[in-house]
Design a protein around this ligand. Structure first.
Ligand code: FES
Length: 76
């Protein structure tokens, strides 16, 4: 029962972001990224499309290993 409960908590991945949209697409202007931007891939961030650390509790609950993609300027 615990496994079923965890699975039901996982699907669908997106439980809250732009629920009225058929597909969630976001645009970030490259020029607006000053140093770096961490983009959420777990669908749980309150600061979507940016990561706010919400992947941590998700990973602890599910054993998953999700994390953001970090977009940054090339290191010199
Ligand atoms: Fe979603 Fe960090 S909050 S990847």
């Amino acid at each position: 029962h615990e496994k079923v409960k965890v699975i039901l908590q996982i699907y669908p991945f997106n439980k809250k972001i732009k629920g009225d949209s058929k597909k969630v697409v976001d645009f970030i202007e490259i020029e607006d990224i000053t140093e770096k931007a961490s983009l959420c891939r777990c669908w749980k961030s309150e600061k979507w499309p940016y990561c706010d650390g919400a992947h941590g509790p998700h990973n602890r609950l599910t054993g998953d290993n999700l994390g953001p993609v970090v977009v940054r300027h090339k290191q010199k």
